[in-house]
Design a protein. Structure first.
Length: 104
């Protein structure tokens, strides 16, 4: 990937849109929901505060995040779709079931 995020931005690879409903109905392209979940591929160094210090980003590469339906900027680089978001646009980080089971 030839893309580097600046400041407090992150680059997310969106999850694929659902092809079928829970009942097995195949959805046409016009009826598919935009994904609101994706895997973080790159994280910027952080936002520079007025004091000159960098505010670290709480999101790490490899995290699966949830973001708003219309949040961020969609870009296509090398034929692959990415979403560039500010760290503030991320609604939450998905904690996988395996990780939760191992923590008990």
């Amino acid at each position: 990937m030839n893309l580097k995020p600046l400041h407090d931005r992150i680059i997310v690879e969106p999850a694929t849109a659902e092809e079928t409903t829970a009942g097995g109905i195949i959805l046409p392209d016009s009826a598919k929901e935009k994904p609101q979940r994706g895997k973080v591929l790159a994280v910027g160094p952080g936002k520079t505060l007025d004091s000159g210090e960098k505010a670290p980003v709480d999101i790490a590469v490899g995290d699966v995040v949830l973001y708003g339906k219309y949040g961020g900027t969609e870009v296509k680089v090398g034929g692959v779709d990415y979403v560039i978001l500010r760290a503030d646009d991320v609604l939450g980080v998905v904690i996988e079931e395996k990780a939760k089971a191992g923590a008990k």
